[in-house]
Design a protein around this ligand. Structure first.
Ligand SMILES: [Zn+2]
Length: 388
């Protein structure tokens, strides 16, 4: 089982200078490697391999002395990244998706480098020793569990540095799955459980969105290429990062709670969910949040020996969870009223019960005992209110 631990770094000015220089050289190497692969294919119809490109590195170091100070595995990793870009491209072609050929990377998009095996060490002091760079102060706020495979050093948009350790953890023992809970992902509530526990869609996102828009406006007024524009860009990045962090914190908290509710946590499969939604809503934000929530819950459930199951969400909001009848309703109808069996329920709760049912039908899960029916929802779209 693979996991990542991320910590903030506090490099000295001289170390920042070195790392910035590395990023510049590595982005150059990446683009040169891409150029080489494209030429090799165009001229000779051959696919340049990572192996061959790595083989040329000693010669490159001889000719371009500035590359000598960079740890050799960090250099090799550049070609691994390039190869991954190619692999992704090929697999998209194979799947019949829009392929998107690997592209040259501008410096501002090349913001990290990786030690794939060696060349780094976490010291007893908690600081990080990097070959070619030295000892960097690191804020190690928790223990790194498992065997460290790689470390990636990354500069974010604000200009701060981070270390991400990718580790291998032993797979948890798969416990017997006895209980299950269904979850409807929504707008009013981020999640509605089949056991009747809604989770808020936090309003602080809406507040910080306003702030972000203001910073975006300020940025757009600054003259291109000016020093002030650069400063405005950093200020915007600071706000964006804060929003991202708040959202992430919340999603971690919510997923931790979700993962403890049952052995099997059932969600709608977002990749096939009909995404047609109200345009006033900050849809992309919600999409990202839902996706992350499912992903985080999966991590946490699996670590505890549980599991996340995804089901086709088709008609889950229309079907009556009690009798299976079809109850057509528009987005604005918040209450499910079944004329056939008389079941009346909060719309999202009814959907969560359906999701639980579809997911449980595939196995022998006992649903988590049904709680009290959640408080009936108020109509959501009054007077053009937006939710985020
Ligand atoms: Zn019914």
């Amino acid at each position: 089982m693979e996991r990542t631990f991320k910590f903030r770094l506090y490099p000295k000015d001289s170390q920042i200078e070195t790392m910035d220089r590395w990023l510049y050289l590595l982005h150059d190497l990446y683009n040169a490697g891409l150029q080489q692969r494209m030429m090799a294919y165009r001229n000779n119809g051959i696919t340049q391999t990572t192996y061959r490109q790595n083989g040329e590195l000693p010669e490159l170091k001889k000719q371009l002395t500035e590359y000598r100070s960079i740890h050799s595995q960090v250099l090799q990793n550049v070609f691994d990244r390039l190869d991954k870009a190619y692999q992704n491209f090929f697999s998209r072609v194979k799947k019949g998706e829009k392929p998107g050929f690997p592209r040259f990377k501008p410096l501002k998009r090349y913001n990290s480098f990786t030690y794939p095996q060696s060349g780094f060490k976490i010291l007893d002091s908690g600081h990080l020793l990097l070959s070619g760079i030295g000892e960097i102060r690191m804020f190690k706020h928790r223990d790194v569990r498992g065997i460290i495979k790689t470390v990636t050093i990354k500069k974010d948009r604000v200009g701060d540095w981070f270390a991400s350790f990718s580790v291998d953890l032993p797979d948890p023992e798969h416990k017997e799955q006895k209980t299950a809970v269904g979850n409807d992902l929504g707008l009013k509530n981020l999640v509605m459980n089949s056991d009747g526990n809604p989770m808020d869609n936090p309003r602080f996102l809406k507040r910080s969105e306003g702030k972000k828009k203001r910073k975006q406006r300020q940025l757009s007024k600054k003259q291109k290429g000016s020093h002030n524009r650069q400063k405005a860009r950093v200020r915007l990045a600071v706000v964006e990062r804060r929003i991202e962090r708040q959202r992430d914190d919340y999603l971690h908290k919510a997923s931790r709670e979700l993962s403890t509710r049952a052995d099997v946590i059932i969600f709608e499969d977002l990749s096939i969910r009909n995404m047609v939604r109200n345009h006033h809503l900050a849809k992309s934000i919600l999409d990202a949040s839902w996706g992350k929530l499912v992903q985080y819950t999966r991590y946490k459930a699996e670590e505890a020996g549980g599991e996340v199951v995804l089901v086709d969400p088709k008609n889950t909001s229309q079907i009556c969870s009690k009798c299976g009848g079809y109850v057509q309703k528009s987005l604005s109808e918040r209450i499910h009223i079944c004329q056939d069996c008389g079941f009346v329920a909060d719309r999202d709760w009814n959907a969560a019960l359906n999701i639980l049912k579809i997911g449980s039908d595939r196995a022998e899960f006992k649903p988590v005992e049904r709680g009290v029916q959640p408080e009936m929802a108020q109509p959501l779209y009054e007077s053009g209110s937006s939710l985020l």
